[in-house]
Design a protein around this ligand. Sequence first.
Ligand code: PMP
Length: 304
Amino acid sequence: MKSIVYFNGKFLPYEEACIPLATHALHYGTGCFEGIRGYWSVEKKKLSVFKLRQHYERLQKSCTRLLMKLPNNIDELCQITIEVLKRNNYSEDVYIRPLIYKSSEIITAFNLRKLDDGFAIYTTPLGRYLNASKGIKAITSSWQRVSEKMIPPWAKPTGLYLNTALAKTEAEDKGFDEAILLNTDGSVSEGSAENIFLVRGRKLITPSSTQNILLGITRATIIELAKKEFNIETEERKIDKKELFEADEMFVTGTGAEVTPLTQINGHKINGGNIGRVTKDLQTYYFSIVRAKNNKYSHWLTKV
Ligand code: PMP
């Protein structure tokens, strides 16, 4: 991967940013991260980052919970990120990955307070993560979502993503695109790396913050746009698994996943297997914003 990264205070070529074998985070998943997207505008020949500050605000909260200390304040982290992007001189869509991790080279210590923190940002070109134009087929996973009493799922901890990987692997092994994870009581939590929305009539329904979800930045964006631009309310609550089969439309949201229609669940077709009107409208509006074609929400974009 040829790029310039930010690694423990320095801008370096990717291959020079090496992590020693004994690094605590590598063995025990003691890290947390963000996933941010930069969109290249073909017309304006400009790269813009979507909700950059909000991602660092979430990282800051995660760090407080996981007893990690970011090396810089949020303004500085935003500036460093823009500098990394400038140095890479992209002219395509990119993904930005800030990572904070327990860097101590030690095998025994588990007291988070006693471990050092490392911090890095790397970036990579990234097109579509899921098939947003066609819609995806999902299964309800046999893996349950990790409860917030085990690991705080809202903090995006690196270790939690083994749960994601197991669920995603199972889904793809069975010939599906995505996994929807349920909580221990069988209620709906979220996709492997996305939040889920059900459409019932002119209403959105999504699992509430108590349902072991990551409070997605795209989720918040969609709730806001649905209300302001389409006069559609969102109910945030506990969702029973059977409601998945009663929805008029369904879609998943995420920085990577953007707004992706979910047209089949466990072999059951949603909206006859077609993308629904509400999903399409929200998706189109979302893309107009991130692709810098919508002046009303241009304050959500940071130009590189
Ligand atoms: N849930 C999980 C587990 C995720 O990894 C992601 C992707 N970051 C999301 C939801 C969506 O969050 P966001 O919209 O902030 O990317």
